[in-house]
Design a protein around this ligand. Sequence first.
Ligand SMILES: Cc1ncc(COP(=O)(O)O)c(C=O)c1O
Length: 400
Amino acid sequence: MVTRKQFDDYMMPVYNPAHFIPVKAKGSIVWDSKNKKYIDFASGIAVTSLGHCYPPLVKVLNDQSKKIWHLSNAMTNAPALNLAKTLCKHTFADKVFFANSGAEAMEGAVKTARKYANQKYGKGKNEIVAFADAFHGRTMMTIALNGSERMTKGFGPMPSGIKHHPYNEIKGLDKVITKKTAAVVLELVQGEAGIIKAKRNFISKIKKLCKEKNVLIIIDEVQSGVGRTGTLFAYEQFNIKPDILTCAKGLGNGFPIGAILTKDHIAQSMQVGAHGTTFGGNPLACSVALEVINSMAKKRLLSNVMKKEKLFIKYLNTMNKKLNCFERINTAGLWIGCKLKVTENINLDSVLQQCYKNGLMVLKANNNTIRIAPSLIIEDKLIKSGLAIIEKSIIQLQKA
Ligand SMILES: Cc1ncc(COP(=O)(O)O)c(C=O)c1O
């Protein structure tokens, strides 16, 4: 049997995982190696949006596993093509590139934007504007986009040509987005920062400046995409159309896949050989992802996300009235951030550990925020039970 101690013996120490070891899961319930049961308010990190082992996904994965597992991109790949067609049908996009993760999709998105700007406007147009407190991944380009010293320290030299600006700050945007800017990289809801939504006037200003100065808008929907906010993609609610969009997490429901979506005229700047990947477009991943998108459409699932969001808000507000434990509750569909009032006994780690003890998996975000990202089809009864565990955990800590 594997133990948590063995993790420290064999794995690079970049993670500090929980002390229990999940071994089995179904829907929104996870069991650990000691057969203890947990309600899942984490979904990995906002990944298993249709719950664990969702039967239609298990079926397509099994079926595809008997047909073909891998194809190089020297071949036309039917599952990848079917998924691309479906993504184009449901979004602004005309063309898709498949990657393996969110960060890889972001890398490709920035490459695409720079290549397009270079070809259309010449070499000088290559700067990328990103925002404070963003999270775009852990590769060199994406940590440079994140911009926080916490993630870049010790890894320099960083890729150049990136400028940062405070999120939701209009003042000074016109000085940062210039004729030299190739693209603005934007999250419409900053997840890692605590579920912070972009303000309408901030978006309008970005749109206006990008139009005036021929700048592409890259929207990072790696975490917000595929139903998490109650629409297939968050941009549908924010009165903005991306030129390039990235998605990953929820797309494969746990089977690794990332995607870049864009318009035809932008895609045309990426000629044969301009970009590529060995595993992107994997037939197993694409079959699963196609079923994810189709399941979302079939099940009227997205309108239920908004209903379940209201349930969370109602219960969390009641809890906060009773316990006075949150400074703020932010929500964007089934993506919820509860900023804790930190006291001697209550902080993000103590609440998380107590929730684990009491049988609930929940996430952290920055800024002392408990992040909740359950399956989009979690049963209402489990929402109530999970929230009761948060309440019980905070009461126990307040009394400790
Ligand atoms: C908004 C956003 N972009 C990019 C990434 C990076 O994705 P990945 O971890 O799959 O590389 C993440 C991951 O958390 C994310 O939340």
